[in-house]
Design a protein around this ligand. Structure first.
Ligand code: NAD
Length: 492
């Protein structure tokens, strides 16, 4: 059956799938969302669907917005399906949990009608403008972290009188209209995977406004709220197999279903100017300070991904679940988390850390998600310094354990050589690969074991810290002499 509003009853009768039980015609738009991709549809839109099913937040339905040409296909899908799509959760035991989500009731494609997008945000009923436009969508300069005024699209939006094309031009134009019309500003809620995402969004949108009109930027600083949040749910890109499975098992012809893991987490700073849905009724944790939760995620989840990917790849595995199902690697990860990551965290109210870590190992082991180690091994030079080295530094300072963290850094150095243990080439995906691979290869000379970590840009002064150097060289010697699997087994 084609997924369309008029077919919902037939779909509910025919298959193993829940459909919206609420009357979608009574919903009104309260949220305008930029970047309707897999993640938004598996996460924030799912939360609203749950609230609508309980008769709550009916004035917070979503109007999706696509800004890039690549979003035209989403526009066509949304129009054809009345905003409906299937969310299929993949449990580790192969079980599926499927639901047709009804919380997106409109979709605007900015290249077709920019003014409609601005007017939608300026509408008095709009209370929140949310974003999942990827890390790159915030337009910060890689080195300085400042808003990149050199981006040609941004520069074009800054020409006086230009029709805005970027999310910055569109959102700031709408905020200005609201101010001129005497309306309170909406809240801007970033849900991207960036530490301090609200702060980053505030900095970038305000920098754009400042380049247009400093007085308006000051008004934004004084009046617009940008809550921070931490989001978590692995949502892979939808594959043709997923579409085929939705059709075969649920009897639904859905042009663009979403698949995700069952785990869901959203920790959100409670800072909204014009009100918000009762998110807390749908398992969202509303807090005053998101930072402890972000540290938990970065130092346990993200750092553990680093802990498994190089050791796992060099041991011959290709998927996260294969690596985590290896008892040596699983024990290594759990011990890293317990003995090195956890002691560096701040208190995390409302979270049972023991259970969180157990769940992490279960999530990593989920064979249905098919997360590749290659994906986790990419862009290490951005990741290790942000996710793992702060743990090392904190433990060096406190006298805590560092042998496993040092081992993870060494496993990256070994991986960066670009050749695996059977002599096969590794495709190292890293913007610094050309620089790092030749240096990594020199560490094969016993005199040059520290070559890789002498890069102060990445490692600061770690190469001159005796305790770190001893642990690092011990692990690297093991990787070069005995191999990855023997080394991770020894380091557990
Ligand atoms: P996706 O590729 O399915 O969707 C991304 C959307 O953002 C698309 O609509 C795209 O056109 C739009 N976009 C990209 N760059 C843009 C720009 N410069 N301006 C405006 N729009 C832009 O990706 P996704 O899986 O939905 O993930 C999106 C983001 O969500 C991630 O980058 C991450 O920050 C966050 N997130 C994702 C996951 C996950 O597992 N997929 C988990 C946690 C957080």
């Amino acid at each position: 059956v084609p997924l369309r509003p008029e077919n919902l009853d037939a779909i509910a009768r025919g298959g193993d799938v829940a459909v919206p039980t609420y009357d979608r015609s009574t919903l009104t738009t309260g949220i305008v969302h930029f970047g309707v991709g897999g993640f938004h549809r598996a996460h924030q839109a799912m939360v609203l669907d749950r609230l609508f099913a309980e008769g709550k937040a009916l004035d917070f339905a979503i109007c999706g917005v696509g800004v890039l040409e690549q979003d035209r296909r989403m526009k066509e899908t949304m129009d054809a399906q009345g905003g409906l799509y299937t969310l299929m959760l993949k449990h580790p035991d192969g079980r599926r949990e499927s639901r047709v989500i009804g919380s997106i009731i409109e979709y605007l494609f900015a290249p077709d009608d920019r003014n409609a997008v601005i007017e939608k945000m300026a509408d008095p009923s709009t209370k929140i403008v949310s974003l999942t436009v990827t890390e790159g969508g915030y337009n910060f300069h890689q080195v300085t972290g400042d808003f990149d005024l050199g981006n040609p699209l941004v520069a074009a939006d800054l020409v006086p009188g230009a029709e805005p094309q970027t999310v910055f031009g569109l959102v700031v134009a709408a905020l200005r209209l609201r101010r001129d019309r005497g309306l309170e500003p909406f809240t801007v809620m970033s849900c991207d995977n960036i530490q301090g995402n609200g702060h980053v969004a505030q900095k970038m949108f305000t920098a754009f406004a400042r380049a247009q009109d400093p007085a308006f930027a000051d008004w934004m600083t004084a009046h617009v709220r940008f809550p921070n949040c931490m989001v978590d749910r692995i949502t892979p890109v939808t594959s043709d197999d997923d579409r085929a499975e939705v059709r075969a098992n649920l009897g639904i012809d859905d042009a663009w279903p979403v698949v995700a893991e069952p785990f869901f987490q959203w920790v959100l700073e409670d800072d909204f100017g014009l009100g918000r849905p009762p998110y807390q009724d749908a398992d969202v944790q509303m807090v005053d300070d998101v930072e402890p939760y972000e540290l938990m995620k970065l130092r346990l989840l993200n750092a553990s991904h680093q802990g498994m990917c190089y050791f796992g790849y060099l041991s011959g595995y290709r998927y996260a679940h294969e690596a985590t199902q290896d008892p040596a690697i699983a024990t290594f990860l759990r011990n890293y988390m317990d003995l090195e990551g956890t002691p560096t965290l701040k208190p995390v109210p409302g979270i049972d850390l023991d259970e969180y870590k157990t769940t992490l190992i279960e999530r990593f082991s989920n064979p249905e998600v098919r997360d590749t180690l290659a994906r986790l091994c990419a862009e290490s030079s951005d990741r290790i310094p942000k996710w793992l080295l702060p743990v090392v530094r904190a433990n060096l300072e406190s006298g805590g354990e560092i042998s496993r963290s040092a081992g993870i850094v060494a496993s990256w150095a070994r991986y960066a050589e670009g050749v695996d243990e059977s002599g096969e080439p590794i495709t190292v995906v890293d913007q610094l690969a050309d620089e790092l691979t030749p240096i990594a290869l020199t560490q094969r000379n016993p005199e040059d074991r520290l070559a890789f970590i002498r890069n102060e840009h990445l490692f600061g002064d770690l190469a001159s810290n005796e305790r770190f150097v001893a642990a690092y060289v011990d692990a690297l010697d093991g990787l070069l002499d005995a191999g990855a699997h023997a080394t991770v087994t020894r380091l557990v």
